[in-house]
Design a protein around this ligand. Structure first.
Ligand SMILES: NC(=O)c1ccc[n+]([C@@H]2O[C@H](COP(=O)([O-])OP(=O)(O)OC[C@H]3O[C@@H](n4cnc5c(N)ncnc54)[C@H](OP(=O)(O)O)[C@@H]3O)[C@@H](O)[C@H]2O)c1
Length: 290
């Protein structure tokens, strides 16, 4: 895993995007993006405002990162070039209502709110607003996220670059059309949960065969991490890597046969498909402008 060390920031340092940024909703994802933005030196801490309804949370962030904080959502938006919407889907409408009167067409709005469409945000904020919709995942909290970005029609190429750089600060980024974000949700948005189940089951397998839980956990986690790293670094298709570790008549082929007879691959394909379908359904319900 990529390790990033804490660094000291100086007034004269160059910052890659050097724009003022408001992070609306400073929970798991908002805080992860904040950390990434500061570590990647995209903007100096004094140009970042974290906004949340929870003052205790803001106090911790202000102490840790020396950023500005406020519970006043309008003030946060007015002071910023880029507005990152990181609230829960059920609170988005309230947040948009609050910023509607202060948002300007020169600002860039980036939403990580699951299921909420660009058209919905545009309808709430105004037709000419530049809006980027993203689907990140929880691994952004450890700088190993997988995020997909879809751009609204008013997002300029320069703004696209800015949005990409923010999510690259906490992992890998792809760009997709907005229609594909449901599939992204079913794959990499919900995906960490699938992999946690795989890790959990591997741990239990080791325990069943007599390994201590501690040893089995360490080996299982590292096996998943190492295998994924090898796929990424080698650029090889996973089937080739699998063949390379499958000796004729050996242990691995026996385990693969067992996994195939229980339909492991079909199960995972079905899981992505059903999660995608559910994302589409939820999106339809959620995007009604009241
Ligand atoms: N977590 C994931 O894996 C993941 C993956 C992809 C996308 N997302 C999306 O990311 C968004 C945030 O998720 P999260 O896990 O970071 O949620 P979270 O930890 O609950 O963070 C949301 C934060 O927003 C605050 N908040 C609520 N209303 C607000 C308002 N009107 N103005 C300012 N702040 C407000 C909440 O305060 P309180 O806690 O006091 O209510 C909370 O601190 C969600 O829309 C989710 O769909 C999450």
């Amino acid at each position: 895993m990529q390790k990033k060390k804490l660094e000291v920031y100086h007034e004269h340092e160059e910052h890659h995007i050097d724009r003022s940024i408001a992070i609306i909703g400073s929970g798991n994802m908002g805080s992860a993006l904040l950390k990434g933005i500061i570590h990647a030196k995209l903007a100096p801490p004094k140009k970042i405002t974290a906004c949340d309804i929870n003052e205790a949370k803001l106090k911790i962030l202000a102490n840790e990162w020396k950023i500005k904080t406020t519970t006043d959502i309008q003030a946060a938006v007015q002071a910023s070039d880029i507005v990152l919407l990181c609230v829960k889907p059920q609170t988005l409408s309230k947040a948009l209502q609050a910023i509607k009167s202060v948002i300007r067409s020169d600002q860039l709005v980036i939403s990580i709110v699951a299921g909420m469409r660009i058209a919905y945000i545009q309808q709430m904020l105004g037709e000419r607003i530049a809006i980027v919709r993203t689907m990140p995942n929880i691994a952004a909290t450890v700088d190993e996220g997988a995020a997909a970005l879809a751009f609204g029609e008013h997002v300029s190429p320069a703004q696209q670059k800015i949005a990409i750089s923010i999510f690259e600060a906490v992992g890998d980024v792809v760009t997709v059309s907005e229609e594909q974000l449901d599939a992204v949700t079913g794959l990499s948005g919900s995906g960490p949960a699938y992999i946690y189940m795989v890790i959990e089951a591997l741990i239990d397998g080791g325990v069943k065969m007599g390994l201590s839980r501690e040893i089995s956990t360490k080996l299982s986690v590292q096996t998943v991490l190492g295998s994924a790293t090898l796929v990424k670094k080698s650029g090889l298709h996973p089937a080739i890597l699998r063949d390379q570790v499958t000796t004729p008549g050996g242990t691995t082929i026996n385990a693969i046969h067992e996994l195939e007879s229980h339909g492991l691959r079909s199960m995972l394909i079905d899981a992505v498909a059903i999660a995608t379908k559910r994302s589409e359904e939820l999106s339809k319900i959620m995007n009604k402008v009241s």
